[in-house]
Design a protein around this ligand. Structure first.
Ligand code: AMP
Ligand code: ZN
Length: 466
């Protein structure tokens, strides 16, 4: 039974989607003003493990992951570079997806950009102005947190009615606000400022928080299952997202909130402002592999801090090499005929251990230990010549199962992906149309070797796994 630690309730809870087998997930994406560092990628790798595990459990997923392509830094940096914000962010967006793919992170179903959703933001702000939860001051629009009694329910900060004296990171704005913690929904921009959008309440640009409310509700509905992000976003970003969204809809925004802990360097959070960061590209340039970086980032459960050192990254390189070597040896080994029931029991219990660990709020370190146990048991059996031919495919299949979530073994999967199969079938059809029968036969044989059976019907080619 899958359980998550929900920041909102403060409890470990059984996960049940709102809508049958469909899960709707929102994860806050990067601000594309520079290259992402591996701290950011720790959070995004957690997001990938979460998404892959939800699919592993058989859920259908709609995962929204936004790009913040407008904020104060972006506007200033673009101005300094003499570019429009689109010209300025484009190379960072491209670089981001390159790094994302290289790390083996699966692309989410929807990846909206803030600047393409200004109309949706304006609509929420209009509703909040109408119902009294927002007000105008000096041309900017603020959220009135005294009009939302639940404010603080996520971060558990006690605002106790008197919000001016409350603790926490306070938005430093030059504009006048009724209360220190009221936050900007819309910021007035000067008439000659190039980055601005027209709205019924004046030309301006959106605050950061409203972006996520608008994009989440557009693609996932007013209420959805899971909202996740790094722990620094809990307050004020996520608290404010809840206030704006629930303040506009009067409905619960996200049911489950998950927060991943930071990647640290010598006890300090890795961050651009502290200057103690490595981008993904820095590490690749030093000769490290993307898979080892991925392994390192998920080696500690997401809700625990992870300290980055080159020593642990070297260790991760060795682990990946060992795991891949293990699979290759197993594939190529000259094994005795037959079956070893004892080994097969160990394979299935390692898969059970993996699932029990992942069900427990995605405990990746115990899940990885289950994989290492399987490798150890198989190595021992091979050393004693008691791993048999019929065990091989069972073990390789188990590795593929682990790898649906971990994605560290790289090429040479034993099971083909649906997309690969379909593209080969298409190529075979093309070969047949061109009367290239040797190629079409070759493709049929390749598929047969992987256990894929083709059936030619009047509606086209159907396939199934043997
Ligand atoms: P940003 O690009 O600044 O909006 O951040 C993108 C994501 O990275 C957010 O979810 C942050 O919480 C997360 N993040 C920032 N620094 C770290 C870090 N050192 N470790 C883990 N996640 C981080
Ligand atoms: Zn967000």
């Amino acid at each position: 039974m899958l359980k998550f630690h929900n920041t909102l309730s403060g409890q470990l809870e059984e996960f049940k989607p709102l809508d049958g087998n469909n899960v709707r997930l929102y994860i806050c994406g990067p601000t594309v003003w520079s290259f992402a560092h591996i701290g950011n990628f720790r959070t995004f790798t957690f997001g990938d493990v979460l998404r892959r595990y939800l699919k592993f459990k058989g859920y259908n997923l709609t995962h929204v992951f936004n790009l913040t392509d407008v904020d104060d830094r972006i506007i200033n940096e673009a101005k300094n570079a003499g570019k429009t914000i689109d010209e300025f962010t484009q190379p960072f967006i491209e670089a981001f997806w390159e790094d994302f793919d290289a790390l083996g992170l699966e692309r989410p179903e929807v990846t909206p950009r803030a600047t393409h959703h200004i109309a949706e933001m304006i609509q929420i702000i209009e509703t909040l102005l109408e119902n009294g939860r927002a007000y105008e001051s000096d041309g900017s629009i603020y959220f009135r947190i005294s009009a939302f009694p639940d404010y603080g329910k996520l971060s558990k900060i006690n605002f106790a009615g008197n919000v001016s004296g409350a603790s926490g990171r306070v938005d430093t704005d030059k504009y006048d606000k009724e209360n220190a913690n009221d936050f900007a929904l819309w910021k007035l921009v000067d008439a000659d400022e190039p980055t601005g959008w027209g709205a019924s309440f004046g030309r301006g640009r959106p605050g950061w928080h409203i972006e996520c409310s608008a994009m989440a509700m557009k693609y996932l509905g007013e209420t959805f299952d899971i909202h996740a992000g790094g722990v620094d976003l809990k307050f004020p970003h996520h608290e404010n997202e809840i206030a704006q969204s629930e303040g506009a809809t009067e409905k619960q925004f996200a049911k489950v909130w998950l927060h991943s802990e930071h990647l640290k360097v010598e006890g300090e959070t890795m961050s651009k402002s502290l200057g103690n960061y490595y981008t993904f590209r820095d590490l690749i340039a030093k000769g490290y592999t993307a898979t080892a970086i991925r392994y390192l980032l998920m080696s500690v459960p997401y809700h625990k801090q992870l300290n980055f050192t080159f020593e642990t990254l070297d260790g991760a390189e060795q682990t990946i090499a060992r795991l891949r070597d293990f699979r290759k040896r197993l594939q190529e080994a000259n094994l005795p005929d037959g079956i070893n029931p004892n080994l097969q029991t160990k394979v299935s219990s390692s898969l059970d251990d993996f699932e029990v660990a992942m069900d427990d709020n995605l405990n990746t370190s115990i899940a990885l230990a289950a994989l290492h146990n399987l490798v150890r048991e198989t190595n021992t059996a091979m050393a004693h010549a008691v791993a048999c031919i019929e065990d091989r495919s069972v073990i390789l299949h188990a590795i593929d199962k682990f790898d649906q979530v971990l994605n560290i073994f790289g090429e040479a999967k034993t099971e083909m992906l649906d997309a690969e199969i379909e593209s080969l079938i298409e190529e075979r059809q093309e070969a047949r149309r061109n009367r290239n029968f040797p190629r079409s036969d070759e493709i049929r044989d390749t598929l047969a070797e992987k256990g894929i059976v083709l059936e030619d019907t009047k509606d086209g080619v159907r396939w199934k796994r043997k």
